[in-house]
Design a binder for this molecule. Structure first.
Ligand SMILES: *[C@@H]1O[C@H](CO)[C@@H](O)[C@H](O)[C@H]1NC(C)=O
Ligand SMILES: *[C@@H]1O[C@H](CO)[C@@H](O)[C@H](O)[C@H]1NC(C)=O
Ligand SMILES: *[C@@H]1O[C@H](CO)[C@@H](O)[C@H](O)[C@H]1NC(C)=O
Ligand SMILES: *[C@@H]1O[C@H](CO)[C@@H](O)[C@H](O)[C@H]1NC(C)=O
Ligand SMILES: *[C@@H]1O[C@H](CO)[C@@H](O)[C@H](O)[C@H]1NC(C)=O
Ligand SMILES: *[C@@H]1O[C@H](CO)[C@@H](O)[C@H](O)[C@H]1NC(C)=O
Ligand SMILES: *[C@@H]1O[C@H](CO)[C@@H](O)[C@H](O)[C@H]1NC(C)=O
Ligand SMILES: *[C@@H]1O[C@H](CO)[C@@H](O)[C@H](O)[C@H]1NC(C)=O
Ligand SMILES: *[C@@H]1O[C@H](CO)[C@@H](O)[C@H](O)[C@H]1NC(C)=O
Ligand SMILES: *[C@@H]1O[C@H](CO)[C@@H](O)[C@H](O)[C@H]1NC(C)=O
Ligand SMILES: *[C@@H]1O[C@H](CO)[C@@H](O)[C@H](O)[C@H]1NC(C)=O
Ligand SMILES: *[C@@H]1O[C@H](CO)[C@@H](O)[C@H](O)[C@H]1NC(C)=O
Length: 744
């Protein structure tokens, strides 16, 4: 959710605390009675916290009056301080040493030496911002250019200027203007990264960068997105080393590359656990700013002061006290994390899983001033190790999410000068060490992780290559994505992906791509230029790619890629016969916002590595709170094939268009996988049977009593359009406002 977007003078920038875009649906939430009935309960997690999993507990409550706090040791030795997670001791900012500024540029020395630089800079910026005879967009462009000169001259002054302007124009106001402005634009929060962006961005005449920055970061959509230039044939030719189409032998060869076996492989897909170790039971869950269920959360309707002693709100001034198992407006407390891990173990009661995927986001959402490197590495350490304990020898492939960084959303490309390209090495180093210590990769894997922003590839089975990418380089919340939009791959992430795909094609392997931020759906999360290149890559290698897995939105969604080779993803046909690839967008464990925690298991053909079916589990958070006697109940919500494989309506209407002969009664053949053709054909079937879209809507939030319905023609059309959008530009061309069920 984009909490607020603000326009700043020297830069254009945002308080983008990025979880998915807010739902804009106008329809009312269904009552709990009208949502899809539960399928029988499968597993009830224990009520007691599994303390034996940890060497010791920093804090263990006697009952459910508070959350437990396990003692977490660091992979490099030592332990995390309990202060990091004590809900009563929220930090004011990350350690000062974590801030990174650009080096000043000698070319700007004359400006730097002007007397009263700071006063002058502030006046010049204010003049631009308050010049009402120019449009907001013009002011944005001018402010960016001046901001760049200031960042070149005296970078150390820029965060202070941002804070000052923030206070003057009240760009941030909660809990108070002072606290929010210093807490947001301080050196260790966005002050450092935004100063770097100003210094390093390509703002030269003709560069598309300033236009994108202004369109993305200015509140209220005042500036239109510039037109995206398609990738030229010359570019594509060079990118694909002369082979812009897969060779005929690749298209024709058998997709059976894995060893035969009678049973399908079972693969776990976890996403967006977002552990909140500072969750305070009884705190305000219905807060109206910042992160709820915290000792400093309040609801301004019931409590009029912005500041108070942690945890001191009287009961009568709290609208929705945070429950022990979690709350719909908060991240996941330790109790629910443990229940999810126990659910994961239950899924293996008969036999171990064959593989596990994690599509990112371990760390809690939070105000910028509460985030630190330690909070991120703590979340990585505790959750990865817990996964390892519950998965035994099963390998987990992990992709980093936008929240697995400090400040959240920031990942910087290696191409930054003066060593700034390494400013996140603390993060890669930690992930590399954890992947190795948990037995999920070897020294070479760890080396790849260190040199590729957390990305790597492994071959867990004969004929299968799983590539984990850092998708923050196509994420609109990461300011570094906008450094130079004349280059679709500033970080080299898509080069790495392409080289891995080529190696897989040469070796006759099938590929799974695992990443956090989706590239399409309603287009709110991706950036056009890189997701357009990604589109071309996926289309080029669609014979090698078996599946793509994303997370990030917290919702159960999918997106389909169609044939594209002209460098312009917006011009694809969106016809089912042209479907080439698809992505599962896996739902979250965090209930933030207004969704139920969930776990998913795929059943996979061992020879083709294509998904034959999946089982979607969830727990009704509302019930967990009511059933204080026991832990959360994990239910089977639906099976994909059973739910979606009847194509009789589109068959009868003559719109069924997949290259697969249906069985009797219009059913997808049992031996055919749920590949891109299936999901594309499903969107055609949905057009004939809108009740399927309404069902998809219920599943999107996992039967949440807070989901809005999708029972209008406008909503039906929008959702089908999102499902057919795998690039940001395509998604944004769909009708807006129906992308998410989180609005409640
Ligand atoms: C402010 O603007 C004046 C007039 O354009 C210019 O001479 C001066 O260098 C600027 N100073 C700063 C710090 O931007
Ligand atoms: C521009 O408009 C703003 C808001 O309407 C106002 O506060 C400001 O004084 C105006 N500036 C000038 C120079 O007129
Ligand atoms: C306001 O903008 C106009 C048009 O760009 C320009 O001519 C004028 O000098 C600006 N005024 C100030 C005070 O910067
Ligand atoms: C900046 O953008 C311009 C215009 O797109 C481009 O020609 C130039 O190569 C870019 N500069 C750098 C340093 O990449
Ligand atoms: C704040 O409290 C009021 C009054 O109880 C309630 O109606 C509202 O829903 C609460 N706000 C949130 C965000 O929960
Ligand atoms: C707390 O709630 C009581 C009862 O509604 C109200 O009188 C009081 O003003 C509230 N306190 C604050 C600080 O808003
Ligand atoms: C896990 O792997 C180790 C080493 O290969 C082996 O000794 C152990 O039996 C395996 N555990 C299970 C549960 O398969
Ligand atoms: C992996 O690296 C460690 C040190 O970084 C080294 O001690 C170990 O021998 C290496 N293992 C292999 C298999 O190369
Ligand atoms: C890309 O394709 C779309 C849809 O056909 C078209 O409207 C747009 O003009 C194309 N973009 C360019 C720059 O050619
Ligand atoms: C498929 O759906 C049609 C209605 O569209 C229904 O009549 C038929 O019974 C369904 N087939 C199966 C096997 O469920
Ligand atoms: C499924 O079975 C049918 C009939 O035996 C066969 O013609 C078809 O090729 C099979 N499809 C796949 C994907 O194996
Ligand atoms: C999906 O699988 C069927 C065979 O079951 C095949 O005919 C079709 O081409 C596949 N679709 C894609 C996009 O690979």
């Amino acid at each position: 959710m984009v909490k607020a977007a603000v326009f700043f003078s020297a830069a254009v920038y945002a308080l983008v605390v990025c979880w998915p875009a807010q739902a804009g649906s106008s329809s009312a939430a269904p009552s709990i009675d009208t949502v899809h009935p539960l399928i029988s309960g499968v597993y009830t997690a224990p009520k007691a916290f599994p303390t034996s999993e940890f060497p010791s507990m920093d804090y263990m409550p006697k009952s459910q009056e508070a959350e437990p706090r396990p003692h977490i040791t660091r992979v490099g030795g030592g332990a995390y301080s309990d202060k990091l997670n004590n809900p009563m001791k929220l930090p004011k900012h990350a350690p000062h040493g974590e801030g990174v500024l650009p080096k000043p540029s000698p070319s700007a020395a004359p400006l730097a030496h002007r007397p009263s630089f700071r006063k002058e800079a502030l006046k010049n910026l204010t003049d631009i911002l308050e010049n009402n005879s120019t449009s907001t967009c013009q002011r944005c462009h001018e402010a960016l250019r001046l901001g760049q000169r200031l960042a070149w001259a005296k970078p150390e002054v820029v965060p202070d200027l941002m804070i000052e302007l923030c206070k003057k124009y009240k760009y941030a106001s909660s809990p108070t203007v002072n606290e929010a402005c210093t807490g947001t634009f301080g050196l260790t929060q966005w002050g450092g990264p935004y100063t770097q962006l100003l210094s390093y961005a390509n703002l030269t005449e003709g560069s598309p960068t300033p236009g994108w920055l202004c369109a993305n970061f200015i509140d209220g959509g005042s500036c239109e997105y510039p037109k995206m230039e398609p990738l030229s044939q010359a570019f594509l030719n060079e990118w694909f080393k002369g082979q812009t189409k897969p060779p005929a032998h690749v298209v024709e060869r058998s997709k059976k590359v894995g060893p035969k076996r009678d049973k399908p492989l079972r693969v776990f897909h976890g996403s967006d656990f977002h552990v909140d170790a500072r969750y305070l039971v009884g705190a305000e869950g219905g807060c109206d700013s910042g992160q709820c269920c915290r000792s400093d959360s309040f609801n301004s309707t019931l409590w009029s002061h912005a500041t108070f002693a942690p945890g001191s709100l009287p009961k009568q001034n709290i609208s929705h006290p945070a429950g022990y198992w979690g709350y719909y407006q908060c991240d996941t407390p330790w109790s629910m994390i443990a229940a999810a891990m126990e659910g994961l173990s239950y899924l293996q009661k008969d036999e171990p899983l064959d593989l596990a995927l994690y599509t990112g986001d371990l760390t809690t959402h939070d105000a910028d001033w509460h985030i630190s490197q330690d909070l991120v590495t703590y979340s990585e350490q505790s959750l990865y190790d817990m996964f390892h304990r519950h998965l035994g020898n099963t390998t987990m492939v992990v992709a980093l999410g936008n929240h697995d960084s400090s400040p959240a959303d920031l990942f910087a490309p290696h191409s930054l000068p003066d060593g700034r390209g390494d400013q996140l090495s603390w993060d890669w180093d930690n992930v590399a060490a954890l992947v190795k210590s948990n037995g999920w990769g070897n020294n070479k894997t760890a080396e790849t992780i260190r040199s590729h922003y957390g990305a790597y590839s492994i071959s867990p089975r004969q004929g299968l290559r799983v590539i984990a990418l850092n998708s923050d380089f196509w994420y609109s919340g990461n300011p570094m994505t906008f450094l130079d939009l004349s280059n679709p791959d500033v970080s080299g992430m898509l080069r790495f992906f392409t080289d891995e795909l080529q190696a897989a094609e040469d070796a006759n392997e099938r590929v799974w791509m695992v990443a956090h931020v989706l590239s399409g759906w309603n287009g709110g999360d991706g950036v056009d230029v890189p997701t357009n290149l990604l589109y071309q890559i996926v289309s080029r290698y669609s014979h090698t790619i078996a599946h793509i897995f994303f997370g990030h939105t917290h919702e159960d969604e999918f997106q389909v890629w169609y044939e594209s080779s002209n460098g312009n993803s917006s011009s694809v046909s969106r016809k089912t016969e042209d479907a080439r690839a698809m992505a599962f967008i896996g739902p979250s464990v965090t209930p933030l916002t207004n969704v139920n925690p969930s776990l998913r298991v795929y059943e996979v053909d061992p020879e083709t590595y294509e998904v034959m079916d999946y089982l979607q589990y969830y727990t009704q958070l509302q019930d967990a709170e009511q059933l204080r006697k026991n832990g959360p109940v994990w239910n089977l919500l639906y099976k994909a094939r059973e739910t979606y494989s009847n194509f009789s309506a589109s068959q009868a209407a003559g719109t069924y268009a997949a290259p697969v002969k249906l069985d009797q009664g219009g059913m997808w053949p049992k031996n055919a996988s749920l590949n891109a053709s299936f999901w594309a054909a499903l969107t055609d079937e949905m057009e004939q049977r809108p009740e399927l879209i309404e069902l998809h809507q219920v599943y999107q939030g996992r039967n949440s009593p807070r989901s809005p319905q999708c029972n209008t023609k406008a909503c039906h059309e929008a959702k089908v359009c999102y499902m057919r959008s795998a690039s940001s530009a395509l998604g944004r061309s769909c009708p807006a406002g129906y992308g998410s069920v989180q609005g409640g």
